[in-house]
Design a protein around this ligand. Structure first.
Ligand code: ME8
Length: 518
């Protein structure tokens, strides 16, 4: 396996339970799901973690607004994130909640380590705080709007003046060590633009970070000083090691640490790439191997916001367009890492173009001739010509290419190369015209259909992580047994004569519902 360590630990951010999931949450977890599925099929020992971030002022306020006790409120909203796992067909190995006892234990153990290392001291915080971002800001990172309200420039979230006793983490002492860490680990932050952003932030100098609050109580108590609760981000980031058993490094799950990848949105890169490695290094724990920050979606050109009422509900999208088309679209439409605009017209275009016309039609054309004219059996493979070999070679090279693209989290490029082979295969069907060969050269016709079915098999094995349900249906139609759907069987070609079940369309065209007559 080309020197790759056999374990693969991938995490989503844990989502705030102040509100139900939206397309942004669905997107981040989808990207992780594709990686987890790919790595499992590729023989890796995968651990895929998602969950919910249930403490802090933002959640406490949302619970109060819903007139529920925080725990009852988080139980309810957290469930909607677990429901999304089903709706989107995600395959996490666990779903963590920061209100779990084991997480309190881990967070307090990490705190104790930071204290023992001399990296935490008691002081007083006086500055700006944004509850929506759960983040502290210096004045220069905020601006006053025409309505006289002060907001964080980066997020537009309102800030409030906070003055209270607080414990601090000596972040200022970590700048050089962080810069050195980034230098030695060039893959730690991706994409490159985010890496540059983080490096210039750290080079600008770091201030000590307030890591406890006294003005509310919904959180993990500071060990030995229960008037303070831990800053929600210190508690939240710890989830990634709670899962592996921290502080019990004899826990069997500890083998997964350090994580191979923390997938995050671009809004939370500073927490993951500056604070988190500093906390871990201070506590003597290895930092994660990589953090990838993806971009943000807008809705038909507009920033998504609750106040604009244009939040995209992933459940509605799936109900309207089908699950796998949505999974495909989200990862194909936008170069991963860039911002993207969700346009329903573009979604329908891809659904009908890439899925129904290109991939679906290829499967249908091949499998229906095989069913009708070749007795529903894998065709006989005869002599392979140069054009056959060219197509087969392209299909054979896909595993290496897709693996390399996914190592860089380039989902869109992985899909592009798969669809290039689909396009090649469709051109090959047109050029070889197997239907016309029936009378003139039936043996050649059989070979052409074998080449096509074999190409569909390879493409579909690699499409599994992206569209697990649809790929399974196609592999069923090719009679590929479960154990041969892993990449170790990638080179196990179709066996002529194998009986195939009756073919069925997998990607129906999307037809706009007729508008009510006016
Ligand atoms: O930040 N487009 O949780 P959160 C794409 N609890 N992705 C988006 C998006 C959009 N318009 N809006 C949000 C938190 N996201 C913390 C994380 S981790 C230790 C703690 C995604 O519920 C994006 O991935 O605000 C972002 O990072 C995540 O939702 C934040 O979810």
């Amino acid at each position: 396996m080309s020197g790759r360590s056999s374990t693969y630990y991938v995490t989503t951010p844990i989502y705030y339970v102040n509100d139900v999931p939206h397309i942004g949450h669905a997107y981040t977890t989808l990207a992780c799901d594709v990686l987890a599925r790919f790595m499992r099929l590729d023989g890796r020992d995968v651990h895929f973690l998602t969950g919910t971030d249930e403490h802090g002022q933002k959640v406490e306020k949302a619970a109060a607004a819903a007139r529920l006790a925080p725990q009852a409120f988080t139980d309810k909203v957290s469930q909607s994130f677990r429901d999304l796992v089903e709706t989107m067909n995600y395959s996490p190995d666990n779903f963590i909640r920061t209100t779990e006892q084991r997480h309190h234990v881990a967070s307090q153990a990490l705190w104790d380590k930071l204290v023992a290392a001399g990296d935490i001291y008691l002081g007083k915080y006086a500055g700006w705080y944004s509850v929506r971002d759960e983040a502290y800001f210096v004045e220069g990172e905020t601006e006053v709007g025409p309505d006289n309200k002060r907001r964080a420039t980066a997020s537009g979230a309102e800030v409030e003046w906070v003055e209270e006793p607080s414990y601090f983490f000596r972040l200022s002492a970590w700048a050089e060590r962080l810069l050195d860490f980034y230098e030695r680990n060039p893959r730690f932050i991706a994409p490159e633009s985010r890496r540059n952003e983080v490096i210039s932030f750290v080079k600008g100098g770091l201030q000590d970070l307030s890591v406890s609050r006294t003005s509310f109580s919904w959180g993990v108590p500071v060990p030995g000083d229960a008037k303070h609760i831990m800053y929600v981000w210190l508690d939240a980031l710890t989830n990634y090691i709670t899962e592996c058993g921290y502080p019990d490094t004899a826990n069997p799950l500890w083998k997964y640490w350090p994580a191979d990848l923390h997938m995050v949105g671009k809004d939370i890169i500073r927490f993951h790439c500056v604070f988190w490695p500093a906390f871990l290094m201070a506590a003597g724990v290895a930092p994660p191997k990589r953090v990838f920050a993806h971009g943000w979606w807008t809705n038909e050109g507009q920033k998504i916001s609750k106040s604009l009422g244009n939040v995209i509900d992933p459940v509605e999208l799936v109900r309207t367009y089908g699950l796998d088309p949505v999974r495909y679209f989200l990862l194909r439409e936008v170069p991963f890492g860039n911002d993207g605009d969700l346009q329903r017209r573009a979604l329908v275009g891809r659904l009908n173009g890439d899925l129904a016309n290109a991939y679906g039609n290829l499967c249908q054309r091949v499998l229906s001739i095989v069913a009708k004219n070749l007795g529903g059996k894998v065709p006989l493979k005869g002599a392979i010509t140069e054009v056959d070999a060219a197509l087969l070679d392209r299909a054979r090279s896909l595993l290496t290419t897709v693996r390399a693209e996914l190592d860089e989290q380039a989902f869109h490029r992985a899909l592009i190369v798969l669809w290039e082979v689909i396009a090649d295969a469709n051109r090959y069907v047109d050029a070889q015209a197997p239907w016309a060969l029936a009378k003139t050269d039936p043996a050649r016709r059989d070979t052409v259909l074998w080449v096509l079915a074999e190409t569909v098999r390879r493409v579909t094995l690699l499409a599994q992580p992206f569209m697990p349900g649809s790929a399974a249906k196609i592999l069923d139609q090719l009679a590929i047994p479960g154990e041969d759907r892993v990449f170790a069987s990638f080179d196990k070609e179709l066996v002529s004569g194998t009986a195939l079940p009756a073919p069925q369309g997998v990607f129906p065209r999307y037809v706009e519902p007729a508008k009510a007559a006016s």
